[in-house]
Design a protein around this ligand. Structure first.
Ligand code: GN1
Ligand code: MG
Length: 356
């Protein structure tokens, strides 16, 4: 059955007249559905390989968006999911695939900041997201991907992928493996601090890429954050860090030449400013660990791309055979550049936290 036919399972207004692929996520398939009454919806097929329990993913999202909706003054400030005719937030089709639909909001997402202001807006969006959810009962959320940002476990998975070598690629990535192992001790420090209760568990987004922020087409101010699949208890410094990894970089996540990939310290400063302004209530240690969050998220996704390459590209969508390897190299290059700029990152955080 066509994608457009799936929309009929939901309580949408009108009959679908078009259903076009959109979005740039690495996991789900996204469509824009327009109906004969002019209503527009975003419909997504949830990736079952990644999300083993889509119904729990949607239970988390429904609870979180409901909480946000009560707090935001602009209705565009929280996604509005449409139930099926049976009153569920997921529809399972004849092939066993899971679908969901939310109200389209006119806005745009960026893969790279076009101005300092855009990036600052994304910092406000993710900082505010965390602040608005500070009083959400974190224990009621399902852990939809266990150990999602447990970097120690991500290294375990990398070692497993190396040992299994199921795609017979390990011999070609020795250099990348050595580089990744060199970062291990430092990249695992935050996880140890969490286990020692030095950092608080909060409700976090966990996938804070710039392209997961919707900006207003007229004012370019942030409207809301998208891609709520991984909203779970987590570390604030991880949310900060993933935004830096993706947005405060001089090249795209999958730039083919890793030598082009550096940390942009000026964008680092702008994001830090916005995040500290909006994510109120961070502890002094959380603030101090912000640079570590950036390094950790960069290494972590680097080793995830590397492990997926070794496993034969089963997790992330890829556009060509070496795509995951290219991504891994570029992320490891960014992590190395962060180490070169460590003192400046720490200095920036110290300076801005004293004034915000
Ligand atoms: C995936 O869905 P998307 O593209 O926003 C991934 C993130 C990675 C990111 C790397 C559920 O995010 O964890 O950081 O790719 N999401 C999941 O670009 O694994
Ligand atoms: Mg996304």
């Amino acid at each position: 059955m066509s994608a457009s036919a799936q929309a009929l399972a939901f309580q949408i207004t009108g009959q679908p007249v078009s259903c076009d692929r959109c979005g740039s996520g690495h996991i789900n398939n996204t469509f824009l559905v327009t109906t004969d009454t002019g209503h527009k919806y975003v419909m997504q097929r949830i990736n079952k390989y990644v999300f083993k329990e889509p119904v729990k993913v949607m239970a988390n999202i429904a609870a979180v968006t409901e909480h946000l909706r009560k707090k935001v003054s602009d209705p565009r400030g929280a996604l509005h999911f449409i139930p099926t005719h049976d009153g569920s937030y997921t529809h399972q089709d004849g092939q066993g695939e899971y679908w969901r639909v939310y109200e389209f909001v006119d806005g745009f997402c960026l893969d790279a900041p076009e101005s300092d202001r855009d990036f600052y807006e994304s910092a406000l969006a993710f900082g505010q997201f965390q602040a608005l959810l500070a009083d959400f009962p974190a224990h009621t959320l399902y852990e939809t991907i266990p150990n999602f940002h447990n970097t120690v476990d991500r290294y375990r998975q990398l070692n497993e992928a190396i040992a299994q070598n199921s795609a017979d690629r390990a011999a070609c990535v020795k250099e990348e493996i050595t580089c990744a192992m060199g970062f291990e001790e430092m990249a695992c420090r935050l996880q140890h601090m969490l286990e020692e209760n030095k950092l608080p568990l909060r409700v976090t987004h966990n996938d804070t890429k710039l392209n997961n922020v919707l900006l207003d087409p007229v004012t370019r101010k942030h409207l809301c954050v998208l891609d709520l699949d991984t909203v779970m208890p987590g570390l604030s410094v991880h949310d900060f860090g993933d935004s830096i990894r993706f947005g405060a970089a001089t090249a795209a996540e999958d730039a083919p030449d890793p030598s082009q990939m550096k940390l942009d310290l000026s964008l680092f400063r702008i994001y830090t400013q916005g995040f500290l302004e909006a994510a109120t209530g961070l502890t002094p240690l959380e603030v101090e660990m912000l640079p570590m969050g950036a390094f950790t998220m960069t290494v972590e996704v680097g080793i995830r791309f590397l492990a997926d390459y070794l496993n034969g590209d089963v997790y992330f969508k890829t556009a060509y055979p070496e795509h995951n390897l290219v991504r891994a190299r570029t992320q490891l290059a960014l992590a190395a550049d962060m180490l070169k700029n460590w003192e400046q990152m720490e200095q920036t955080v110290r300076e801005l936290s004293a004034t915000v």
